[in-house]
Design a protein around this ligand. Structure first.
Ligand SMILES: Nc1ncnc2c1ncn2[C@@H]1O[C@H](COP(=O)(O)OP(=O)(O)O)[C@@H](O)[C@H]1O
Ligand SMILES: [Mg+2]
Length: 255
C-alpha cells in the first residue's frame, strides 16, 4: 500500500543537536498513527517537517509520493492543502466568533455560495456538538469546546491528512476521552490519514492503528500498539515501564 507520508533517511539538527537521526518511517494512508515520545524528542519538529515548515538537513520526505524538498511555493501550497492541522492551543482567532472561526477555511480556500457556507458551518457546529455556541468568542469557551472548534475547523475542507499535536494538553481525563472519541468518529466518517502526537499513553493507543516511538533521534514503528510491550529493545522496555505500568491490552473503550 502506498504510504501517505514517508521519511527516507531524514536528519534534522539544530547546531550540533541531532533531533532526528537518519529516520526512516512510513505513515499509512487512512490509518491513525500515534507518535509518542518524551518532551523535547522532536515530535513537533517531525510534524513541521511534514508540512514543509522546516527543512531536513538531509534525507527526503514524501507526501503522497511527492518529495516536498524540491517544490516551489505554489506546489508546496498545493501539498499543504491536503492537510488539516490542529496544533497545541487550537490557534483559534480570538476576535472571531466560533461560527466565523469554522467558516474561515471555506472562505479562504473555496468559492462556495453564502447559502452553502451557512449550511456547511451549521452542519459542522452540530457534528461537533457546538450548536447554539456559534456566536460565542473563543475566550468564552471551555478548553474542551475550544478543541472541538479547532477540530471542526481542521476538518472543514475534508483534508486527506490530519496532524494533531498534543490535542488534549490541559484537559481533564474525561474531556480528553471525549475529544478522542469525537476524533475517532470523525476519522471513521471521512477516512483521513491521521498523525497524532500525544502523551496520553496508553489511552490514546486505543485509537491507534500503529504507533511510532521517537527516542534519541530514532523512530521505531509498531504495526500494532500491542506489539510495544513485547519489544525486547531496552529503550522501548523502559518506555513501557515508565508510561504503561503493567500490561497494556487494547480495549474497545473508544470505539
Ligand atoms: N526552531 C528551533 N530552533 C532550535 N532548536 C529547536 C527548534 N525547534 C525545536 N528545537 C529543539 O529540537 C528539540 C525537539 O523539539 P520538539 O520537536 O519541539 O520536541 P517535542 O518532542 O517536545 O515536540 C528540542 O530540543 C528543541 O529545543
Ligand atoms: Mg511538541
Amino acid at each position: 500500500m502506498k504510504p501517505a507520508i514517508r521519511f527516507v533517511d531524514v536528519v534534522k539538527k539544530f547546531d550540533d543537536q541531532v533531533v532526528l537521526d537518519h529516520v526512516n518511517v512510513e505513515f499509512q494512508k487512512g490509518k491513525t498513527t500515534v507518535i509518542a515520545g518524551g518532551s523535547g524528542q522532536g515530535k513537533s519538529v517531525a510534524l513541521k517537517l511534514i508540512l514543509g515548515l522546516m527543512e531536513p538537513d538531509s534525507g527526503q520526505i514524501f507526501v503522497d509520493g511527492v518529495e516536498i524538498g524540491n517544490l516551489d511555493r505554489k506546489e508546496l501550497d498545493e501539498v499543504r492543502s491536503k492537510f488539516g492541522v490542529l496544533f497545541q492551543g487550537s490557534a483559534l482567532l480570538d476576535s472571531m466568533t466560533v461560527w466565523e472561526n469554522i467558516a474561515l477555511p471555506l472562505r479562504e480556500r473555496t468559492k462556495i455560495s453564502r447559502d452553502e457556507l451557512i449550511s456547511r458551518v451549521d452542519d459542522a457546529l452540530a457534528q461537533f456538538d457546538l450548536s447554539g455556541h456559534g456566536d460565542k468568542f473563543p475566550a468564552q469557551l471551555s478548553g474542551g469546546m475550544r478543541k472541538r472548534v479547532g477540530l471542526a475547523r481542521a476538518t472543514m475542507l475534508h483534508p486527506e491528512i490530519i496532524l494533531f499535536d498534543e490535542p488534549t494538553t490541559g484537559l481533564d481525563p474525561q474531556i480528553t476521552m471525549d475529544i478522542y472519541r469525537l476524533f475517532f468518529r470523525t476519522q471513521q466518517q471521512y477516512g483521513f490519514t491521521s498523525i497524532i502526537v500525544s502523551h496520553d499513553i496508553p489511552k490514546v493507543f486505543n485509537l491507534a492503528d500503529q504507533v511510532v516511538i521517537l527516542n534519541d533521534g530514532k523512530m521505531t514503528l509498531f504495526e500494532k500498539p500491542e506489539f510495544i510491550q513485547h519489544s525486547t529493545d531496552p529503550m522501548i522496555m523502559k518506555f513501557v515501564e515508565q508510561t504503561m505500568g503493567e500490561v497494556y491490552t487494547s480495549s474497545e473503550e473508544l470505539k
